[in-house]
Design a protein around this ligand. Structure first.
Ligand code: PMP
Length: 394
């Protein structure tokens, strides 16, 4: 049986991580992998997480199964964090999932179960795993224009023109904030226009919210998600706690389904439960429990919000430093977009030869499409990167 298996495509980011590890040069810089790193290059356990885990170690008396959908207290805390009352609680069905990836996977399967004809519209570009899972599930995808290669901002006119191709029942996958891989985002006026378009077409929004708190703040980063959920009759939301709680390996995410009324919501909930049962039965609990403790305990929450804010402002500062340095060295404003982008990533728009040159000659590792993880930088490495980019002729 095993010899009938075929080789699978290599994951480009995993391959880049491997190359970085094997590079023995001092001063190499990793801007590839999508995890937050502080100025010392460490992905820290957040203080509130450590404290919640300490309390949990003391107080937890059983590891018995929780429930197929996870802990209801986790649902409530996350619904509040993401939606903050934008819709009534009874309109929302929820399922804990293994990370944001698990939530995306379950959402795609639900779409397929509900409407096998539905196509999923995806931004060009999007997080590669969206495309990979959709392909694996044999769901038809349609890409819509998103990134303007010249301005490195959103090609909003192109996006709206491509959304004109929507048919009733199609799904549009949107990044709630901090678009991965580009870093370019819609403003709220544009979001409203997208909502109007979806409603006019009878299409269903699916929001991937993987970086709440990494862009403009916890509430601002969820504003688009709240607007969509409150304005469209049905919305799917896949949220991840990996980045904003730093609990990557604990696999902590949630799938939300917002319906117009409570009776529909019960049906959605039942189907979420069915999907969890088929795919992994009970979702992981540890990360979800820690997140619930942090969100519901005022002291832990304060500690978490302060550290998250520090993280966010640190990344913004690096963006401004990099944009400033590039402006100084290149004598032009063409990299000003770096300071406008939000979240961990920016697509710089460098040609692939420049990306290769930076890796081979300078030991600077970024993804082939010239996406950098801003958190891979620090005050000292920003000028090194800026100099290398300008020297590479970009
Ligand atoms: N969506 C996007 C856009 C992401 O960038 C990520 C993380 N790379 C995820 C979802 C899922 O993250 P996780 O499964 O680690 O929670």
């Amino acid at each position: 049986m095993f010899d009938k298996l075929t080789k699978q495509p290599v994951d480009k980011i995993m391959q880049l991580m491997q190359m970085y590890r094997e590079d023995s040069r001092d001063g190499k810089i990793d801007l590839g992998v999508g995890v937050y790193k502080n100025a010392q290059g460490v992905t820290p356990v957040m203080k509130a997480v450590k404290e919640a885990e300490r309390q949990l170690l003391e107080s937890q008396e059983t590891k018995a199964y929780v429930g197929l959908l996870g802990d209801p207290a986790y649902h409530d805390a996350m619904i509040d964090l993401v939606l903050a009352g934008a819709v009534a609680r009874e309109q929302v069905a929820a399922a804990a999932t293994p990370g944001g990836t698990g939530a995306c996977r379950q959402a795609f399967e639900l779409i397929q179960m509900a409407n096998p004809e539905a196509r999923v519209f995806v931004s060009n570009p999007t997080w590669p795993n969206h495309l990979s899972i959709l392909k694996y599930l044999e769901i038809e995808t349609v890409s819509y224009r998103y990134f303007d290669e010249d301005t490195r901002a959103v090609d909003f006119a192109g996006m709206m023109a491509d959304l004109d191709g929507l048919k009733a029942g199609d799904v549009v996958l949107l990044h709630g904030c901090c678009h991965n891989p580009t870093g370019a985002n819609l403003n709220l006026t544009e979001w409203q226009q997208v909502v109007d378009k979806l409603n006019a077409k009878g299409a269903v929004p699916m929001i991937d919210l993987a970086y709440q708190g990494f862009g403009d703040g916890l509430d601002d980063d969820a504003a688009a998600t709240r607007l969509v959920a409150a304005s469209c009759p049905e919305t799917l939301i896949a949220a991840s706690c990996s980045k904003n709680f730093g609990v990557y390996r604990e696999r902590t995410g949630i799938l939300l389904g917002v319906s117009a009324d409570a009776s529909k919501s019960a049906l959605v909930q039942e189907n979420f439960s069915f999907l969890n049962r088929q795919n992994y039965s009970f979702p992981p609990d540890h990360g979800a429990r820690v997140v619930t403790m942090i969100l519901t305990d005022p002291a832990l929450r304060k500690m978490w919000e302060e550290e998250l804010e520090e993280t966010r402002l640190g990344m913004l500062k690096l963006r401004e430093q990099l944009a400033g340095e590039l402006q100084r060295l290149s004598g032009s404003d063409r990299f000003g977009f770096v300071a406008q982008h939000r979240g961990m990533f920016s697509r710089l728009g460098l040609p692939s030869e420049a990306v290769d040159k930076l890796r081979e000659e300078n030991g600077i590792y970024m993804v082939g499409d010239s996406r950098i993880n801003v958190a891979g930088l620090n005050e000292k490495t920003v000028p090194v990167l800026a100099r290398a980019i300008v020297d590479a002729g970009s």
